[in-house]
Design a protein around this ligand. Structure first.
Ligand SMILES: Nc1nc2c(ncn2[C@@H]2O[C@H](COP(=O)(O)OP(=O)(O)OP(=O)(O)O)[C@@H](O)[C@H]2O)c(=O)[nH]1
Ligand SMILES: [Mg+2]
Length: 481
């Protein structure tokens, strides 16, 4: 960070736009004198006393004495504040002009009374909270995830991570690794002991097994938390008229896409984000795939295929009475030669395909779900009617399952960074395990693998963290947080 970590900083903390109130936040060291200046005169024109954590009514005026706004001021003395520094909050009326004027006045007064006062960079308040030990790195990330949460389940999981549920489990694991390391490293200095005996004496294998099983649990938790954070993109594909747009409308609960008995109705890609029992899902309706010479329809099909390449799941719609059995890869009817050639090129091998047999009402069939008959890309099939709604609940259940979310809500929210660190830590734990099982194990190597695993785990909570990592993390925050 180019600017000083120690300068006082100020920013509008509320979202841009109009709102009932707007908040300006100031953080820095030794801001008591500045706070007094900012609340110099109360509404009655009398000098005021500012009490920590008490609301004080203040009128703010510009340099000529013209009123800017009247609002509430709060004072948090270090270290009992969000950042761990002295913090001042000004709550005024939430309009962009009045907030802008008030912020300008704060910066102006700061020149004389808060040397170095400048605008805060994105995430800088939270960065200071982390650097001052108010929270660890995983908790700081949870702050941003809470603000960004698009479903209730994601918000709850972010809040639990913010309260330390994830960090506590990481710390428990780190402590177990440290303990085992300490036992082994203490014996390395006594070469007269046989290495195999040392490992057996401390039950190194038993301890390592316990560490690895705790690690596996945490990895699964992080996977679930990551899915919750990232959501899932589901693309609807199929021949024209199978009812893709009808299914989108049914899932979204509103008429988003035009439905008609004419084949080739949808040409543009239509996206809708919604909440499937806590999972943020983006559903993409696409142009039906068929042999066509219509140039616009062909562009639509190109877009369909492009959408497939970034899908987490493909819903392949067919008519309920379609004789083709579910395939272990996406296979299209012979009439869709053109699309098959393109899809073969576009479909990444790992994208699971869930076949949906639509219009069961027309054929008098029952709603139902078939589990995936084989492993691989085939995710099974669901029989339903987008028109009557029969079988829709089964589809939603299957979607959640395919998203990898178990019936219980994920315990905490997680990021790709956490998952990677856990995976690398797991590799070191595996190497330690292999070493311990050697007929002539080397204690140094065993201890070294534990140390590397510990460093990876520690990077999640920020115990070991590089400056550029902090830049990446906090740079994505909003200003004022
Ligand atoms: N009976 C019955 N008709 C359905 C069902 N779902 C869709 N349809 C009808 O099938 C026709 C085509 O539906 P759409 O949703 O427009 O199909 P589409 O796959 O989006 O078609 P394109 O946009 O042309 O690719 C419409 O007349 C729908 O009313 C269903 O579950 N049962
Ligand atoms: Mg359509």
């Amino acid at each position: 960070m180019a600017t000083s970590e120690r300068d006082p900083i100020a920013a509008i903390a509320t979202a841009p736009g109009r709102g009932g109130i707007g908040v300006i936040r100031i953080s820095g060291q030794q801001l008591a004198a500045f706070a007094k200046v900012l609340c110099a005169r109360g509404s009655g024109g009398q000098p005021q006393l500012l009490m920590a954590r008490h609301a004080t009514l203040v009128s703010w005026r510009d340099a000529r004495g013209e009123p800017i706004d009247r609002g509430i001021m709060l004072w948090f003395a270090a270290p009992h504040s969000y950042t761990g520094e002295d913090v001042i909050e000004l709550q005024g009326h939430g309009g962009p002009v009045v907030m802008g004027q008030l912020l300008a006045r704060v910066l102006e007064l700061g020149r004389a009374h808060a040397p170095g006062l400048r605008l805060a960079e994105p995430g800088e308040f939270t960065r200071r909270a982390f650097l001052n030990g108010q929270m660890d790195l995983a908790q700081a990330e949870a702050v941003a995830d809470l603000i960004d949460a698009s479903t209730t389940a994601a918000a709850r999981a972010a809040m639990r991570a913010l309260e330390g549920r994830f960090s506590d489990q990481i710390n428990t694991l780190v402590n177990a690794v440290i303990e085992l390391r300490a036992l082994i490293e203490a014996t390395i200095d006594f070469p007269e002991e046989d290495d195999v005996d040392v490992l057996a004496h401390w039950d190194a294998q038993g301890r390592l097994d316990a560490i690895r099983s705790k690690w596996a649990q945490l990895l699964e938790g992080a996977r679930q938390g990551l899915r919750l954070r990232q959501g899932m993109t589901v693309v609807l594909i199929g021949a024209p008229n199978v009812g893709k747009s009808s299914l989108l409308n049914a899932l979204a609960g509103q008429d988003l896409a035009i439905v008609s008995p004419l084949a080739g109705t949808t040409r543009d890609r239509i996206e809708h984000a919604f909440d499937v029992q806590g999972l943020a899902m983006t559903l993409v309706d696409t142009a039906g795939l068929r042999e066509s010479i219509d140039p616009i329809e062909r562009i639509g099909m190109e877009r369909t295929l492009a959408a497939v390449t970034r899908a987490d799941l493909v819903l392949e719609l067919v008519e309920a009475d379609d004789p083709a059995p579910p395939a272990d890869r996406l296979e299209l009817a012979p009439s869709m030669d053109y699309a098959r050639d393109c899809l073969g090129k576009h479909l990444p091998a790992q994208v699971p395909v869930l076949r949906v047999r639509n219009k069961i009402d027309r054929d008098g069939l029952a709603a139902g779900i078939d589990p995936a008959p084989r492993l691989g890309a085939d995710a099974g099939q669901v029989r339903l009617s987008a028109q009557t709604g029969a079988g829709m609940a089964l589809l939603l259940e299957r979607l959640r399952e395919l998203a990898g979310l178990s019936a219980v809500e994920p315990e905490f929210i997680a990021r790709e960074r956490h998952l990677q660190a856990l995976l690398v830590a797991g590799e070191h734990l595996n190497s330690a395990d292999r070493e311990a099982r050697e007929s002539l194990p080397a204690l140094e190597l065993f201890a070294e693998e534990l140390r590397l695993a510990q460093a990876q785990l520690g990077s999640i909570t920020g115990e070991f963290s590089a400056d550029d990592l902090l830049g990446t993390i906090f740079g994505r925050f909003c200003i004022g947080k």
